[in-house]
Write a protein that binds this ligand. Structure first.
Ligand code: PDD
Length: 287
């Protein structure tokens, strides 16, 4: 069934959603994106995603071509028109098309940004069977650019890392730089040791996950101890538990790292509890 997508203010059948071959998102990966999950037909943490989008645009000196109100209205309109109960809304904003290829940024006054949005229906997002078995990950060198805090569409290396993980029979990869874990291909990484939740501190080295912020807040409210510091693959392999967070996986237990099983190889109690807490609490504030 054809989806209704959003392209620069218009709602169109997906076959009719088109942008220029000169769009800088296509030619130069000059674009940013957000992925907002939908549960029960409602947006999870929309305000967090909108705030990070504004920050990504500002860091790249890119104009915000759509107001906050329009952005929210379009998200809701797409969810309604595509009848999404569980799934996500993908949003991408690029620096637009100046009608040619040039390394120089075009003047935003004459070249408006391109705004594209579409939905993906994912029934079973909350009741994901993978959360019951857990994920195996492999480690891989982090060869991405140095501004990973900006959510750009330069996803070739993460995509290659995901392929390497699948080829190795694993589910995902964790990036390692200077001997310590940065994050997953499309998620933030955590370990649990003696009841403490350990995750890398925020910096330009990792994406400031919206799910991460919410999970750490709920964990603190539930009197769970959170420590923001680096950890190595070896430390992770001897941890009691590990997990990842993202808008598409929520809290997903990790049960194997580079072939070493964690504990008894099944999802641990902290990850399971955090997943429940996250879904329960997020639903309360979904809009
Ligand atoms: N990825 N780190 C990276 C590199 C990511 O790409 C993502 C999200 C996260 C988690 O961020 P959040 O909790 O805000 O989703 C961390 C999205 C889901 C994607 O690319 O599909």
């Amino acid at each position: 069934m054809s989806r209704i997508v959003y392209v620069n203010g218009e709602y169109l059948p997906e076959e009719e959603g088109k942008i220029s071959i000169f769009d800088r998102g296509f030619l130069m990966a000059d674009g940013v994106y957000e992925v907002t999950s939908v549960l029960g037909g409602k947006l999870i943490d929309f305000e967090g995603h909108a705030a990070r989008l504004a920050r990504s645009l500002a860091e790249l000196d890119m104009a915000q071509p759509i107001s906050h109100e329009e952005l929210l209205a379009a998200h809701r309109e797409l969810v309604a028109r595509n009848d999404i109960d569980e799934g996500l809304v993908y949003l991408q904003i690029t620096r637009g098309s100046a009608g040619d290829r040039d390394f120089v940024f075009p003047d935003p006054e004459t070249t408006p940004g391109t705004v594209v949005m579409f939905t993906q229906s994912k029934p079973g997002l909350a009741d994901n069977p993978a959360a019951k078995t857990g994920l195996s990950v492999i480690s891989i060198p982090d060869q991405r650019w140095a501004r990973r805090d900006i959510k750009t569409v330069q996803l070739l290396y993460p995509s290659m890392a995901k392929m390497a993980a699948l080829a190795a029979g694993a589910g995902d990869a964790w990036f390692v730089e200077d001997g310590v874990v940065t994050e997953g291909t499309s998620n933030n990484a955590y370990i649990v040791k003696d009841g403490k939740i350990i995750t890398r501190e925020l910096s330009t080295d990792i994406l400031h996950g919206i799910t991460r912020a919410a999970v750490l807040r709920y964990a603190a409210e539930a009197q769970m101890e959170v420590v923001e510091r680096n950890f190595t693959i070896e430390e992770a392999q001897s941890a009691d538990e590990a997990f990842v967070t993202s808008a598409t996986t929520f809290v997903m237990p990790v049960t194997e790292i580079d072939g070493a099983k964690l504990g008894d190889g099944t999802p641990g109690p902290v990850a399971r509890r955090l997943r429940e807490l996250y879904i329960e609490e997020s639903l309360k504030s979904a809009i």
